[in-house]
Design a protein around this ligand. Structure first.
Ligand SMILES: [Zn+2]
Length: 248
């Protein structure tokens, strides 16, 4: 009996050692306790969106922008908002927590989609996150979605702002994230002509033009205590600010 007990203890010890070894080999993802707090311990939240991620957001949003808003008669099937996942990694230092968005995956299947809402297919989203979780160093940072508007209804602040539904859908998936989810909103509108205005850069958003489209890229992070999505302290996206409309 004593020998059996001893053998069990040794096995448990071996198991604990093995588990500690396996854990030490896992990718080191930031999961500091302060991520659960609203103020991030006073640290600034910065977001950097890669050119590739922005290109996916821009082209997919334009693709399903309602034809009726351009004056091309009826909408084509499947037009309206677009939604997708954001991937990348997070870094942290004494002052900042920085989300680096390296890629955006555009959802192709929806439960429904209208001019001002969309419900992505949970089953299809799960397929995407289940494979991306296996990619070393890559974590799911949150999601993006577009806000298509007619130009007559377009105002920068209102159209790029989050809605109660945006907050609730971000909150609903919060438990799946290592860090508070990031939500990028891409508001866009079609103008009668291509404008050549200079881009406008604000701390949490950027306004620019691409051919006949005017767009706003704006970044929020979930704030569960205030039940809101908070504007981040700094958004950077090189490609979004670099687009220059040429003369026709
Ligand atoms: Zn929205």
């Amino acid at each position: 009996m004593t020998n059996q007990r001893q053998a069990t203890d040794e096995l448990e010890e071996l198991y604990a050692e093995l588990k500690a070894f396996i854990d030490s080999k896992k990718p080191q993802i930031i999961a500091s306790p302060h991520f659960a707090h609203v103020n991030h311990e006073g640290k600034r939240i910065r977001v950097e969106v890669s050119d590739g991620a922005f290109l996916s957001i821009l082209t997919s949003s334009v693709e399903v922008y309602p034809s009726s808003y351009i004056g091309n008669g009826e909408d084509l099937p499947g037009e309206g908002e677009v939604w997708g996942r954001l991937f990348g990694f997070v870094t942290e230092d004494q002052e900042d927590i920085t989300y680096i968005v390296t890629g955006a995956s555009v959802m192709q299947n929806y439960e429904y989609r209208t001019h001002n809402s969309c419900c992505p297919s949970e089953g299809h989203d799960f397929k995407v996150t289940s494979i991306t979780n296996a990619i070393p160093g890559l974590i799911c940072l949150g999601s993006f979605h577009s806000h298509p508007y007619r130009y007559s209804d377009f105002t920068t602040d209102f159209c790029s702002h989050w809605s109660q539904t945006d907050y609730e859908s971000t909150l609903a998936t919060a438990e799946h994230y290592v860090v508070p989810p990031l939500e990028l909103i891409f508001a866009l509108s079609h103008l009668n002509s291509a404008k050549k205005y200079r881009p406008k850069t604000m701390p949490s958003y950027l306004v620019n033009y691409c051919r006949n489209f005017k767009f706003v890229l704006r970044a929020f992070v979930l704030n569960m205590l205030e039940e809101s999505l908070d504007d981040v302290d700094m958004l950077r996206c090189t490609l979004a600010g670099k687009i220059v409309n040429r003369s026709d």
